[in-house]
Ligand binder design. Sequence first.
Ligand code: NAD
Ligand code: ZN
Length: 248
Amino acid sequence: MNDSEPDLSRYLDVVKSATRCAVLTGAGVSAESGMPTFRGKDGLWKEYRAEELATPEAFERNPDLVWEWYDYRRGIVEGVQPNAGHEALAQAEDLFEEFTLITQNVDGLHQQAGSRNVIELHGNIRRDRCHLCSRYREEGEGRECGCGGPFRPDVVWFGEALPAGAIEEAFRIVSTADLVFTAGTSSQVYPAAQLPYTAKEHGAFVVEVNPESTPFTPLADLSVRGPSGVWLPILLDPSGIGSRSDSG
Ligand code: NAD
Ligand code: ZN
């Protein structure tokens, strides 16, 4: 098998009989929409790396700087549209008995494309919440919560816990799935990076979609080296999966 033409024959057998499908997505699935990834060449903002800004310490030390970065990223989010990869994932909800999208992305593009069953592991950049009491900020409120805490983007920063229950639910889902995709993620940010390994341990067929190899690549049952906006529509093409062997 070479990089440009993956061997899809085993995959096509699996996808036709799979009933429980789960998909883990990362920043790469939004790259073709024009959202910069953290680790790609567009990952820097001014002279800062994401790891220097996306932390509670950075926010407590210099909230204005962190807000400036998020205002900049929100501006990007508002100007972009879901791409063919997001759309293929939204349509795939109807192709399997159970379909769950687990995303590390905070851009909300999956929901904008029509995905309904989405677990947001790292929050959503379009919302704010109080840094102290976690209450969501309502339209028209200022930068400070009634409790005295500052509002902040509702995203998970480095060193912070994931939203209660979200990662447990994600592990439960990949443990019972028969087909799992990991798309556009560098497989470096834990605990989300563990999910494809857990899926494999429990017997799922795991497909990786990424133009680059990742630490998970050697374990993938199928590794497709290419952009998710091109490959997800092919892999999840309803006319291929639509000929599913419902008769047996
Ligand atoms: P990452 O930046 O670490 O890795 C991105 C991966 O996407 C890389 O492996 C890269 O090879 C791959 N990629 C690049 N272009 C691609 C394409 N067209 N199709 C498929 N894959 C492509 O991102 P991560 O693994 O999601 O982890 C970084 C953290 O950064 C996450 O926790 C996330 O919350 C946050 N983040 C989110 C966004 C977003 O919401 N759009 C953007 C940047 C970072
Ligand atoms: Zn508060």
